[in-house]
Design a protein around this ligand. Structure first.
Ligand code: ATP
Length: 407
């Protein structure tokens, strides 16, 4: 079957009316561009110039030139955000997704297609295997996924890098080789080299990607079970999560998934706790002991397992009253200049004689949001001192958790 036919038959392109195509200029995304153009899909292409290599601007210009030849509108986005700290690769990747999502929204596109191939699936599988990943890490990347408020498609997951390059050669089309693809400082490059030997053992890209695909099915089944368990066992109490006692009798994998989501939501963290700390925490909980995990306390009480923010984790967190506090709380009330939101803390709680009527544990209230004017406590909406203020926990991060509950 011609490549373009396989491309059109692949999962997920059908209902997209206006497609964005992320084209770095490498072989995979150039092949994606040509296939989309040949298939007659209404598309607009984008290249992010991270400003990190001197050649990057010329590469973006080269992609623009090829796009013009194909009649595909093209934009170059520039990233100037690196502050010289942290993991550059990681920051550049996040910035790229953010920039491309904004671009796609502004251009009225429904989705953005990425050029990940079967080889990427196989390489990622081996890299994660080397790090001892669990099912989620080993499962193949998704052909469709929502992220940064945009739909991302990976229409080339069933294509081999080799076939795509052959297709480009057949068209007489070029692509840009990224010099870092040869740099053995990168795990991916070393894995790629090692894979040449594995193919002889029957562990070629196709086989590895097949196993990753099986694990993606397993992941989907586990997610389904987790949603069902959440619907039955999870309740929210203001900003705290309560898991019914039965949760501790769930299969360990389901319990860990539920806890990861709940803790990530309470901590308003970008990621949930990592596997080993989660496993340690669940072991302690099943022995009937409380734990501290990811800036949260998990405590067994009469009503079930209560998960709340740990005061130590938020004691230094300050925000303006009109900004979210601790990444998830919105406060509303009478504004007076100079007011700030900080945790209630033990001193604040002393000014809340009625806190017991809230039914919340003292340790949870310590980490609850309060309005302060200097050292004076103005309001502690969760601890019985409202003074016209309300506080609501929102799903600013990990909205997935709340969506678990609505099923
Ligand atoms: N600078 C860029 N401009 C536009 N699109 C890009 C750029 N870099 C990567 N992409 C898109 O992302 C796809 C994957 O690229 P690559 O594997 O280099 O990214 P990555 O950093 O490993 O991303 P991921 O974490 O999503 O795997 C490319 O095929 C292309 O569609």
């Amino acid at each position: 079957m011609p490549l373009v036919q396989r491309f059109l038959n692949g999962p997920g392109l059908g209902d997209v009316r206006a497609l964005g195509i992320a084209v770095s200029g490498g072989g995979d995304s150039m092949a994606l561009l040509h296939l989309a153009a040949e298939a007659g899909i209404a598309a607009r292409a984008v290249t992010v110039d991270h400003g990190l290599r001197p050649e990057a601007a010329a590469e973006a210009a080269e992609v623009a030139r090829v796009c013009a030849g194909l009649g595909v509108p093209h934009d170059t986005l520039r990233w100037q955000g690196w502050d010289g700290r942290g993991n550059l690769q990681d920051q550049a990747r996040r910035a790229r997704y953010g920039l491309m999502a904004d671009w796609a929204r502004a251009a009225g596109l429904d989705a953005v297609a990425l050029g990940h191939t079967r080889d990427d699936v196989a390489e990622t599988f081996l890299m994660r295997l080397a790090r001892g990943a669990g099912v989620d890490g080993l499962a193949a990347m998704q052909a469709r996924r929502r992220h940064e408020g945009m739909l991302w498609l990976r229409p080339l997951l069933r294509f081999s890098r080799h076939d795509l390059r052959e297709d480009l050669r057949r068209r007489g089309a070029g692509w840009i080789e990224d010099p870092s693809n040869e740099n053995p400082a990168f795990d991916r490059v070393r894995i790629r080299k090692a894979m040449a030997g594995l193919a002889d053992l029957g562990l070629g890209c196709e086989r590895l990607a097949q196993v990753a695909g099986h694990l993606a099915d397993v992941r989907a089944a586990l997610d389904h079970q987790t949603r069902q368990a959440a619907g039955r066992l999870v309740t929210l109490d203001r900003g705290d999560v309560i898991l019914g006692h039965e949760a501790l009798t769930l299969p360990a994998e389901i319990l860990r998934r539920l806890l990861r989501q709940a803790v990530q939501w309470v901590a308003s963290a970008e990621y949930g706790p990592r596997g080993p700390s989660l496993a340690q925490a669940t072991a302690r909980l099943t022995e009937g002991r409380g734990v501290t995990l990811h800036g949260c306390r998990l405590v067994l009480r009469r009503e079930g397992l209560r998960i709340f923010r740990e005061w130590q984790a938020v004691r230094g967190v300050v925000s303006a009253t009109d900004a979210p506090w601790d990444g998830r709380w919105r406060l509303e009330g009478p504004e007076i200049a100079g007011q700030q939101v900080r945790a209630l803390g033990p001193l604040g709680l002393l000014s809340c004689p009625d806190w017991r009527a809230s039914g919340m544990p003292r340790t949870s209230l310590l980490a609850s949001p309060a309005v302060w004017l200097g050292d004076v406590l103005v309001a502690a909406p969760l601890a019985g001192k409202a003074n016209g203020w309300t506080a609501k926990a929102e799903s600013l991060r990990n909205g997935d958790f709340l969506s678990l509950l609505s099923h």
